[in-house]
Design a protein. Structure first.
Lengths: 369, 369
């Protein structure tokens, strides 16, 4: 397996703007090429688009609009986990030797057809993700005594982190009180416990080791990959206090990179709802089971940006197909020491966890400078 | 790069039935597992779905419905070329070492949203593929003297071949006269010059060399891969008598497999319209430029099944996301000498050419026993 490096990143600001999926993608690509030296259009031999948008032939349209004529070009879809899936697909193209330079662009509009879980008939009327997050929350509260304040702390921390991210949808801090007083959507989940669907895009460039040396003196290597799909329907989840697909994906990613959870300096994890970050901190083995809240609280109180330094999904917004790519962009910039006011000091090893639909599938990536 | 073998195939009959995309995929998967020994659900570590359907999270839904819990799971979309793209993606996962056993399922409903080319605004009202096929036809007629009878022969040949394919939509032969008298859709293209959108599905299993030995004594190896996207919009085509993306893809595929066009024993090529097969015979270098018609006529007159033995798209029907996979299924069965009444004698080397949208992108695969 050939080594694969991340050598370029691009972002478009997350907004509620009514802008086409093509325009969103072009903004992130323009940003990437402005930030990346020594790459020309003719070097790109893979273009993958990541989205839940209904557009067809989007990777070819984007290629034409940007003057690219890749060998490999298609769209990848797996709901909120599309971004990490498209990245792993690009990794495989380069690692196998089929390609040398892969451009991956994720984008979504605020009104994406991927927002409502039409596919899980077993949910009855409860198609909106708010319902599974509510069930996770209640289960974790019952078993581990997690409180509404614990949830609010995750939101306060990530909103605070997002104030240093110029691409985030949210631009202001929220106090724990404000979060706890925000509108109740279910008994346990309030409006500010939720990430917000929005319009946005992100792009990354993956290259072979040989090409990486020509493009940059700070390549970031993808050293660990873990993925798992346990189901599509939520009703197969027998323990609502844990994310089995994330546990499996993390186990494989740690093993492949020969890294322990304690080696991770910075991580972007999939806080679609506040309870997700708490459970993921446990399932990624940053905290013992039931102690995810304590871990997040400590980060908040010590102003440690280690977890979700760009503000995660809660602070940045959640444009489905772009989210996984935007997470990777943040970790690359952190490991390249280019994260500005968000910089985590001495970050050498990073982790990305991206998941879909009540964690019925997950991807975990380990990145290293 | 690890060697990758095709070791299992499955098909569902192509029809105009109003059946769900999930049901279509399940039929092909059931067929594959009935035909394939020594593989269990737990062995599958990649599930890719190929379709232009608007369904979201389809690969996870299909995994759940079939009791699979893969590591890697997502959908791939690139209009009519989705099938070959998903196959190359699965190849990359196995070739890179990220996975060992990949299930790829392509399916489409007769009313797919991929049928109309909404994306190419430059076409104005002429969004239906019939218009580009008509322009290709007129250009080839002008430059090379191709006749309406030449077109009709391609259709007659492929419809005749399809009568030996139990999964084909069409089940009867058409005479050259019947084809030439069929309804004129444009000045140069008649109804029986066209492939028909339909409902259908196809599945294949790709595995590493080590696994292949355990599953079958007749693995079929993917030895050549070529892909090219030249644009998304038709207006960039400056020469309408040729398919530049197919030429480029074929050049790379022949080079990778170290095979010459004359080495090919059997081929499935993308006859979305009769003119396509004629141009492809030339651009794949089976015939000299301008002589594709002669080549097809010779196959028809000598009853040589070498080109499109299952009946191609014209005889079998064209369920977009399934087409590329169904082409591969046919070549695998031919090389395994399991093609029954359609068997091409002594077939050792096969070719698949799958393309999208006026050949703005193409994939060429070389398969060998």
């Amino acid at each position: 397996m050939r080594k694969v490096a991340l050598v370029g990143t691009g972002l478009a600001k997350f907004t509620k703007d009514d802008v086409s999926i093509e325009s969103l993608m072009l903004l992130a690509i323009k940003s990437l090429f402005e930030n990346t030296q020594n790459v020309t259009q003719k070097d790109i031999d893979v273009v993958l688009t990541s989205t839940s948008d209904n557009s067809k032939y989007l990777s070819s349209i984007i290629s034409e609009l940007t003057g690219l004529t890749p060998k490999i070009s298609h769209s990848v879809e797996s709901l909120c986990n599309s971004g990490a899936n498209s990245t792993v697909s690009a990794f495989a193209y380069v690692a196998s030797g089929l390609a040398d330079v892969a451009l991956v662009i994720g984008a979504e509009r605020f009104d994406s057809p991927g927002l409502v879980l039409e596919w899980d008939k077993s949910r009855g009327q409860y198609k909106h993700p708010i319902y599974w997050s509510s069930m996770f929350t209640k289960a974790h509260m019952r078993k581990y005594g997690t409180t509404k304040e614990d949830l609010a702390i995750v939101s306060a921390k990530n909103h605070k982190n997002a104030t240093a991210n110029p691409y985030a949808y949210f631009e202001k801090e929220y106090s724990i009180d404000e979060i706890m007083q925000s509108k109740n959507l279910t008994e346990d989940v309030r409006l500010l416990d939720c990430s917000l669907p929005c319009s946005g895009s992100a792009a990354i460039l993956l290259v072979s080791e040989e090409i990486a040396k020509k493009i940059t003196d700070c390549p970031i290597w993808i050293t660990g990959i873990g993925q798992k799909t346990i189901s599509a329907g939520f009703t197969k989840n027998t323990d609502l206090t844990t994310m089995k697909s994330t546990i499996d994906a993390a186990t494989d990613a740690y093993k492949m990179s020969n890294i322990q959870p304690t080696d991770i300096d910075v991580a972007e994890i999939h806080d679609a709802f506040t309870i997700c970050e708490i459970i993921e901190l446990e399932d990624l083995r940053f905290a013992k089971k039931g102690k995810g809240s304590n871990y997040a609280r400590n980060c908040y109180e010590t102003q440690d940006r280690k977890i979700n330094p760009r503000g995660g999904l809660i602070g940045s917004g959640h444009p489905l197909g772009a989210t996984g790519i935007a997470q990777i962009v943040e970790i690359v910039q952190q490991l390249q020491e280019k994260a500005g006011k968000r910089q985590v000091q001495d970050a050498k090893v990073g982790l990305v966890q991206n998941m879909s639909a009540a964690a019925t599938s997950s991807t975990v990536l380990i990145l290293q400078s």
